[in-house]
Design a protein around this ligand. Structure first.
Ligand SMILES: Nc1nc2c(c(=O)[nH]1)N[C@H]1C(S)=C(S)[C@@H](COP(=O)(O)OP(=O)(O)OC[C@H]3O[C@@H](n4cnc5c(=O)[nH]c(N)nc54)[C@H](O)[C@@H]3O)O[C@H]1N2
Ligand SMILES: Nc1nc2c(c(=O)[nH]1)N[C@H]1C(S)=C(S)[C@@H](COP(=O)(O)OP(=O)(O)OC[C@H]3O[C@@H](n4cnc5c(=O)[nH]c(N)nc54)[C@H](O)[C@@H]3O)O[C@H]1N2
Ligand SMILES: [Mo]
Length: 767
């Protein structure tokens, strides 16, 4: 018997060698350039890297496999539209090392599970299909044909198609994603959980209900023209570095910035544009005008405090609300106002954990502005009341008429480079019936109407023995999901687990009885098919669809594109049950786009419009003040103050990203801006909270969360005293996912509440 799935699913509890330095005062600048060059030299062939970097995010080039931040519509920097973390994403994909069959002879699955996530990632690129037989200790090579047949045999043996789950991460292109969901629906299930379920689902849910579209409403140009940008629950210096350039532009145009975050994230405070040689020499731009050090999950309270004061001022002097907009375009104003009046300003401010002085500074900036953009990310979406967070920020924008006009609107900043596009083309466990009807019209089969499993439902179903086949299109499910131990138990109950991946990850090691790794091409690589090198497409965070085309030769001749994998599996599984000519699509991706334009609104003349170098915008009702909601208007909403209290010894913990990771891919062990070097097993704590517990910097502690009577533990973390509000703490994901209870999630959206985990810190006895 090998190690248990539960054990293999956890990151090893060993320390590297923590070194704490002062937190940075400025972001990007020389250090960023140095760090990117360091990565390139260490892990790639530098000439290839230069070739690729010059094409990254260029018109006609390829879309960075990192985040979903948009490219400028007009001019692109000739120095390269990239950022430090874009370079790292690229380096990770085009590593100079390959994982071949000998690697799997040398290392058993159990041994690989003892590697750190950093070591697993740095093992190299996957280069041929691999199979883990039942009871086997090592993966062995398998041909593509046999692999497809294995998947087909398992799928066709199921009593019910709902015994299979098809996960998607957000890198999959529109073409691959559309075909994938089409296959899954034709096979007969709507079990299409995706990374979005753990990410911006709460945004989609709140925005659809209030504004009639689950996406943001602004363009990059709006961002340049805003009078005020609020950046809430987001760390763009690390996760969306090119956003800083846009914020800098906004400031140069006279805009103001309010940052709301428990941490003074350096990227937002001050920024040195690496593409401006003068700035590199003279120092950066101060970005944030007012920094609001909110307590974790204090955002609804903060918004309520703002709304109360705005209402008072409106009633006293007028001129604060956009009454014409409210009258013409919104619904529910009176009910919203009368509910607001039941809240007490001081109580709200206290719940937000903010001083009157800071509040007043923020309030003064907001009061007279009419072109406001609110940007947000995981700091708002990963709470039980995440949907309320977003509905409440929409209330503020509606009062100000700050939606559907230049320089104003909603800006949920997406994570994965095509997570938004995947949803647009049908990766959705609860797709609207209108979409399913279009599929039925076009293809002549009836897709299942009942909603499928989201990520949380899928994990429960696995544990209940209802899932026999797990299929992952990209991603690293076991490391990304909450409640690692429980999730691993579920995964191990499957008969077959399959992953289409570029890189080895922990999900290949926590398997069902049998497992397959299907290695695929990455964004940087040329996709050769019968009709030549194929172009694909992606949608960025602002609804622009553009083309992406690899430029390097594939790192191995035995890789397939995601499109080809889907076509191969669909063909092998559905055989003569299908009328769709599955194999034709992989020869010519234009055919896929022809289908997409028939099924999905906004893609008319897809193939031609994709030739436009900067791509094209998808329709966006909210942008035009055309609100496709249940009332036909933009809806005000009524949201309660979240009710949660901490016991004396408890802290509220957010699980965040370090500067050196892309989700579960660990680029390195440093979190440079936060001054943490060579260690990931740390906990950022307020120094008063440390004193109360007699803890010193670097002391070893264990963490424990208790939810609905269940205790979860994570061992061995080092304490780092930090500038974080009292009663709050922060750790990195995925190390602490083991503490995130599966049943703690956002109402309506089911996003795991991984930014508000109640924990206790226990000092290690040996210390
Ligand atoms: N380099 C790099 N780029 C990435 C990623 C990556 O891992 N690495 N991941 C990609 C993905 S998939 C995503 S979704 C995005 C994630 O981008 P972010 O959302 O920026 O990522 P997180 O590290 O989760 O950071 C959340 C921020 O919210 C703050 N926060 C936490 N709780 C609260 C709260 O209650 N209120 C407020 N106001 N703030 C809070 C934290 O202090 C932190 O600054 O980035 C994408 N881009
Ligand atoms: N506690 C906690 N948990 C979280 C979060 C958090 O903030 N806190 N954030 C959540 C969020 S926002 C997200 S989006 C999820 C992320 O969840 P996932 O998207 O599942 O995870 P990633 O780490 O992005 O997936 C990385 C893997 O994708 C594969 N890959 C990379 N590029 C490609 C490609 O082009 N094609 C294919 N087929 N595979 C590829 C590689 O094998 C790599 O190992 O995690 C969530 N989990
Ligand atoms: Mo994400």
């Amino acid at each position: 018997m090998g190690s248990s799935a539960e054990k293999k699913a956890q990151t090893p509890e060993t320390f590297s060698s923590l070194n704490i330095k002062k937190t940075s005062k400025k972001s990007v600048g020389f250090d960023a350039v140095k760090s990117s060059i360091g990565h390139v030299l260490k892990y790639t062939k530098p000439l290839d890297a230069i070739k690729v970097a010059l094409k990254m995010n260029q018109k006609g080039g390829f879309d960075c496999p990192g985040c979903a931040w948009p490219d400028p519509d007009d001019e692109r920097s000739s120095l390269g539209e990239f950022c430090e973390n874009g370079i790292k994403a690229m380096t990770e994909e085009m590593q100079n090392k390959l994982i071949n069959r000998e690697f799997f002879v040398t290392h058993s699955v159990d041994e690989l599970a003892t590697f750190s996530d950093f070591e697993i990632g740095k093992s190299g690129r996957l280069s041929e299909p691999m199979y883990l037989a039942e009871g086997a200790t090592h993966y062995q090579p398998i041909s593509w044909e046999d692999a497809f047949n294995k998947v087909a045999t398992h799928l066709n043996a199921l009593e019910n198609p709902d015994e299979a789950v098809f996960y998607t991460s957000g890198r999959t292109t529109n073409e691959a994603a559309f075909l994938y969901q089409l296959f899954v629906r034709e096979f007969g299930t709507s079990n299409l959980p995706d990374c979005s379920n753990m990410c911006h689902e709460a945004s989609g849910s709140a925005l659809s209900e209030t504004l009639g579209i689950g996406k943001g409403s602004v363009t990059l140009d709006d961002l340049y023209k805003a009078e005020l940008v609020m950046v809430i629950g987001q760390n763009p210096g690390t996760n969306h570095p090119r956003m800083l350039t846009a914020l800098e532009k906004c400031k140069n145009n006279g805009g103001k910035i309010i940052t709301v975050n428990p941490l003074p994230e350096v990227g937002l405070i001050s920024f040195t544009n690496p593409q401006s040689p003068i700035k590199l020499l003279t120092g950066g731009t101060k970005l944030t005008d007012v920094f609001v050090p909110i307590t974790i999950n204090g955002d609804v309270a903060f918004f309520k405090a703002l709304l109360i004061r705005l209402l008072e001022k409106e009633e006293r002097d007028g001129g604060v609300f956009d009454l014409d907009f409210i009258k013409d375009h919104t619904h529910g104003f009176e009910a919203f106002i009368s509910d607001l009046k039941t809240y007490d300003f001081d109580e709200c401010l206290q719940a937000a954990g903010i001083s009157k002085e800071i509040f007043n500074d923020a309030f003064e900036l907001i009061l007279n502005k009419n072109k406001i953009i609110i940007c947000w990310a995981m700091g708002l979406t990963q709470h039980q009341n995440a949907v309320d967070n977003i509905r409440e920020l929409v209330n503020l924008l509606l009062l100000k008429g700050s939606i559907g006009k230049e320089g104003a609107g909603t800006c949920p900043v997406r994570g994965h480079s095509n997570v938004q596009g995947d949803r647009t083309v049908g990766i959705w466990e609860s797709a609207p019936q209108a979409f399913l009807d279009k599929i039925e019209n076009k293809y002549g089969f009836k897709p299942k109407s009942e909603h499928g499993y989201s990520v949380i439902d899928a994990i429960k179903a696995m544990n209940e023995g209802k899932v026999k086949v797990f299929f992952g299109m990209g991603g690293n499910f076991i490391s990304a999901v909450p409640d690692t131990t429980y999730s691993a138990t579920g995964m191990a109950k499957c008969d077959l687990t399959v992953h289409v991946s570029t890189k080895l990850n922990r999900s290949h090691l926590v398997t069902g009885k049998e497992a397959l790794i299907l290695p695929c091409l990455g964004r940087t690589e040329k996709d050769y098919q019968k009709t030549g090198v194929q172009v694909q497409s992606v949608e960025n965070s602002m609804g622009v669809v553009s083309s992406t085309k690899g430029i390097l030769e594939p790192c191995s001749s035995d890789l397939m594109s995601e499109v080809a994998v889907v076509c191969g599996i669909a063909h092998a599984t559905l055989k003569d049950r299908t009328k769709i000519k599955w194999l034709d699509y992989k020869d010519d991706y234009n055919l896929v786009r022809n289908d997409i334009q028939e099924v999905i609104e906004g893609f008319e003349d897809y193939n031609n419009r994709l030739k436009k170098p900067s791509g094209f915008y998808l329709p966006n009702g909210a942008r035009e003040r055309h609100f496709k909601t249940n009332t036909g208007k933009a809806n005000f909403s009524i949201n309660k103050l979240p009710e949660w209290t901490l016991k004396d010894d408890e802290l509220i913990m957010m699980t965040i990203r370090s500067h050196d990771q892309f989700n579960t891919t660990i680029y390195g062990l440093n979190d440079r801006y936060r001054g943490v070097f060579n260690e990931r097993r740390i906990i950022f704590m307020n120094r008063d909270d440390m004193k109360l517990r007699n803890l010193k910097d670097q002391q070893v502690v264990h963490l424990q969360s208790k939810f609905n009577g269940v205790i979860r533990q994570a061992h061995s973390f080092k304490v780092v005293g930090y500038d974080i509000p009292k009663n709050c703490c922060a750790t990195y994901f995925p190390e602490t996912n083991v503490l995130v209870p599966l049943d703690s999630f956002a109402h309506t959206a089911k996003t795991p509440a991984s930014k508000s985990v109640v924990i206790r810190v226990i000092a290690d006895k040996a210390n």
